[in-house]
Every structure is written in structure tokens, then in C-alpha cells.
Design a binder for this molecule. Structure first.
Ligand code: FAD
Length: 443
């Protein structure tokens, strides 16, 4: 990839900063609930609490949506692609079924939000394909499909003939297709929620980081120039939560990246095929995801992951990750040879050792709620978690939330051993994937 094509965009490829920024908090105010972090989780929580008649103040260190919620690949996915082997043994079959049902509910939840708040986010309800690029991946795909069937997920195996008759680009040999979910523009989704929250009367303070909080029956949430007093605090800060001194032993921020091509010409689209525009992921150790957008660009994500030292979350370009994604783009779509890259960007997900959501309540007065985890699966689920927590705060506990709150997340290794071990494992996974990709190239 040439230097001029590596167009890094710190905000990601989907959004501009809103032209109606909400004022920074200046002074001391009161609320029924104060929420820190205005991504999908925080905004959905704020909407539900406001609907219940509560006074809600949301503190956001950037602008609402500026985290992973606007930087993701835009796959609205249910349980497909979960790392079942990481949690099945520890939680058992019955609880695993409830967890998978929660992920499936996440898809329905997001779809209902588009309708309820009239959000046009280019949602394409195409279903999703987990597609193999080498015959050796078929065993893993079929094994996951068997497990998924036991867990209540229905998927269809697409062999070569079925893939070709769908017009899926030929690099993808076979796959597991789920009909629910699809792809969307995550920037339009989260900014649509921001608009809905403002219209509903949520008080939003942007450019207002929560710096610290003081426990008590009334929590004091401190910001650089102000403070919010509220009987309940929600930390919907996801990957940034360890930076606030909470969940450091349960989740780590992982840096992952995306690239987006320039819009494809009519000739390039014709050469590509792919009329159903199903979102595709691969069963690599670290997956690749490939999707077309409503603006006829291709977005490629993941491929490499990195855990920054000390669980910090610096914003800097990840040139190695962009290069790896560009290689994947060229490998999978030789018919688009030489296509220019429009944007590259990166963001943070919060990763728990079992890949599951980390949701709970802490503090002596049991009035500080948190939501993290969900890894690369948060487009549906994180909004749902925010909503379920808000229902719980209002006195209605959904059994789905009880399952999540009861779940014990396996502890992370202590630092700095954690940094060495995790990055070693991530690099090893990357090398295994590279080896497979070389095999594919040599066929
Ligand atoms: C490159 C990439 C691709 C992805 N692809 C997909 C995908 O295709 N499908 C999928 O389901 N998931 C995907 N994900 C994951 C998904 O985006 C996340 O799980 C989800 O958006 C998390 O939502 P959230 O509201 O919990 O967190 P976030 O959106 O990260 O929101 C947290 C907010 O807290 C704010 N904040 C942080 N610290 C403070 C503080 N001290 N005070 C106030 N505010 C603070 C941040 O600025 C941010 O706005 C992807 C993620 C990335 C990065």
C-alpha cells in the first residue's frame, strides 16, 4: 500500500464530529442517574431511563458515539462466530444457550431501535456468512455449526456450488450462513441514537470526561470543571473502564483496525459479483471481515489485534494492521487489484478471557453499574445491555440480565505478565493465519 493511500482517520471512516456539540459540564448538578460513556450502551441506557421519567445526565469525554460504536465494521450479528470453546465448559450447556439467546436478542433489539427512533443507518438485512478460504477450515466451520445447532442457533452450510450460485467472490469457498442480522453504517446508527436521546430530553455533556467518582448513597461523579451528584452511576465506558480503575482484572482493551476502499466503479462491482452483499467473516484464528457498504466501498477489518502496554488506550495509527488488512483485501479480491484505500482507522474493544460480556454492580451501596466485554460483537448486544441495566435500575430485572450479572468472568493474568502473554498469543495466532494465507496463495 503506498504512503498516499494510507489515509488515517482518527475518528474512523463513518462519522464527522457532530455540528451541535453539547456543552462541557461546568459546575455542580444533580440527577437521578449519571452515565459515563455515550456509546451504544450509554445512549440506550439513557433513552430507557428517560422513558421511565428519570433525570439522566450523560458525561462523554469526546462526542457521543466517538468510541468503538462508530468505528466498527457494522456487522449486526447474533451468536455466530462466538468463541464457544472459551466458555462452554465453564458455563455449561444450559447457560450457554441463554447466552447465545442474548446475542440473538441483540440483533432484534437493534432492529427495533432503528424503527422506534426512525434511524436510517443503511441497514442491509442480508444475513451473514462465516466463510472458509482454505479446505482445511471446513472442519472448524462444521464443528461450530454442530455446536450452534445444540445451542439453538440455526445456520445453513453453503458448499462451493451454493456459494457460487449466490455470486459470493470465489476466494470464499464454503460457509455457514445465518439469515438473521446483516450490515449497517455504525456511524449513522449511533448518531441516530444521540439525536433520539437529545430529543427525549437527556442531558448530554460532551468533551467532559469522568475523572473519578466518590462512592456513597449519592455518588459524586467528578469531571474537570464540574460534578454530578446522583444516587446511581453507570459506567458504560467499555474498553476505557480499566483506565478508570475498575475491571482491570477482568477486561483488557484490544486495538483493532479497519480499512475502507474508494467506491467501486460499476465495472469493479460487476467483476466482484456478490449481489446479496452478505457480510462475510472468516474462521481464521483472528478473523477477517469483508463487507460492501451502501456507498459501494469495501470495508475490511480485524486480522491483527494488539494489547497496549498497561491497558492504556492511546490513539495512534496502526500501520502494520492496515498493511495486513490491505494484503487480505488483495488476496480475497484479486479482481480489484490496485484499488485505492480511502481511509484506515482503529478502535478499542474490551476483551474478557471468555469473550463474554462483563456486566455488574459494585460499590458499598450497590449503585455503580458497569458494562464492558462483548468483544467484537457489541453492535447488537451493548445497546441491549444498556437497556437491560436501565430496566433493572427502574426495578424490572430481565432474566437475561440476571444471567449476565451472575456470570463470573475469569481473571486476567497480573501485569506485566499479561502484556507479554497476550501479545505473544496474538502474534502466534497472526503467524498461524499468515501460514494458512500463504498456502492459499500457493494453490
Ligand atoms: C474496528 C472495530 C470493528 C468492530 N466491528 C464490530 C462489528 O462488526 N460488529 C459488532 O457487533 N461489534 C464490532 N465491534 C465492537 C463494537 O463496536 C463494540 O462492542 C461496541 O460499539 C461497544 O459499545 P459501547 O457503548 O460499550 O462502547 P464504546 O462505543 O467504546 O463507548 C464508550 C464511550 O465511553 C467514552 N469514555 C471513555 N472514557 C470516558 C470517561 N472517562 N468519561 C466519559 N466518557 C468516557 C468513550 O469516548 C466512548 O464514547 C468492533 C469494534 C472495533 C473497534
Amino acid at each position: 500500500m503506498s504512503t498516499e493511500t494510507r489515509i488515517y482517520r482518527a475518528l474512523g471512516g463513518w462519522v464527522e464530529a457532530p455540528d451541535d456539540p453539547r456543552p462541557e459540564l461546568d459546575g455542580e448538578i444533580n440527577a437521578d442517574v449519571v452515565i459515563a460513556g455515550a456509546g451504544l450502551a450509554g445512549l440506550c441506557a439513557a433513552l430507557e431511563l428517560t422513558r421511565q421519567g428519570m433525570e439522566v445526565v450523560v458525561l462523554e469525554r469526546g462526542f457521543a458515539g466517538c468510541g468503538a460504536s462508530s468505528r466498527n465494521a457494522g456487522y449486526l450479528a447474533g451468536g455466530q462466530g462466538l468463541k464457544y470453546d472459551r466458555f462452554l465448559k465453564t458455563v455449561g450447556m444450559e447457560k450457554a444457550k441463554r447466552i447465545v439467546e442474548f446475542y440473538e436478542e441483540g440483533v432484534r433489539f437493534a432492529e427495533a431501535r432503528f424503527k422506534e427512533h426512525d434511524i436510517d443507518c443503511d441497514y442491509h438485512q442480508s444475513g451473514l456468512i462465516r466463510a472458509g478460504i482454505h479446505p482445511s477450515q471446513e472442519t472448524a466451520v462444521r464443528k461450530d455449526m454442530r455446536l450452534e445447532a445444540e445451542l439453538g442457533l440455526s445456520a445453513e452450510f453453503l458448499d462451493q456450488a451454493a456459494m457460487r450460485s449466490r455470486g459470493i467472490p470465489p476466494a470464499f469457498l464454503f460457509g455457514s450462513y445465518v439469515a438473521s442480522g446483516g450490515t449497517l453504517n455504525p456511524g449513522k446508527y449511533v448518531l441516530g441514537l444521540r439525536r433520539a436521546a437529545l430529543e427525549a430530553g437527556v442531558t448530554l455533556h460532551e468533551n467532559t470526561p469522568l475523572l473519578s467518582y466518590e462512592d456513597g448513597p449519592i455518588v459524586k461523579a467528578r469531571t474537570p470543571r464540574g460534578c454530578v451528584n446522583a444516587p446511581v452511576l453507570m459506567l458504560t465506558t467499555n474498553a476505557y473502564t480499566p483506565g478508570l480503575g475498575l475491571l482491570d482484572d477482568q477486561v483488557v482493551p484490544l486495538r483493532l483496525s479497519a480499512i475502507e476502499t474508494e467506491p467501486l466503479s460499476d465495472e469493479q462491482l460487476a467483476a466482484l459479483g456478490w449481489p446479496g452483499r452478505e457480510g462475510i467473516t472468516t474462521p481464521h484464528w483472528i478473523m477477517e471481515s469483508h463487507r460492501l457498504t451502501a456507498r459501494n466501498t469495501l470495508v475490511v477489518t480485524t486480522k491483527r489485534l494488539r494489547y497496549p502496554y498497561g491497558s492504556r488506550t492511546p490513539e495512534a495509527p496502526e500501520q502494520k494492521q492496515y498493511q495486513a488488512l490491505y494484503t487480505a483485501l488483495q488476496d480475497r479480491f484479486p479482481m480489484l487489484k490496485g484499488i485505492a484505500i480511502r481511509h484506515c482507522w482503529s478502535g478499542y474493544i474490551s476483551y474478557a478471557n471468555d469473550g463474554l460480556p462483563v456486566v455488574g454492580v459494585t460499590a458499598e451501596n450497590r449503585n455503580v453499574y458497569y458494562s464492558a466485554g462483548c468483544c467484537g460483537h457489541g453492535v447488537g448486544t451493548q445497546g441491549l445491555v444498556g437497556y437491560l441495566l436501565a430496566r433493572h435500575i427502574g426495578g424490572f430485572t430481565n432474566p437475561m440480565l440476571a444471567t449476565l450479572m451472575d456470570h463470573v468472568t475469569p481473571a486476567m493474568l497480573p501485569k506485566p505478565l499479561r502484556w507479554c502473554t497476550l501479545n505473544l498469543a496474538l502474534n502466534a495466532a497472526g503467524r498461524l493465519d499468515d501460514r494458512l494465507n500463504r498456502k492459499v496463495r500457493s494453490i
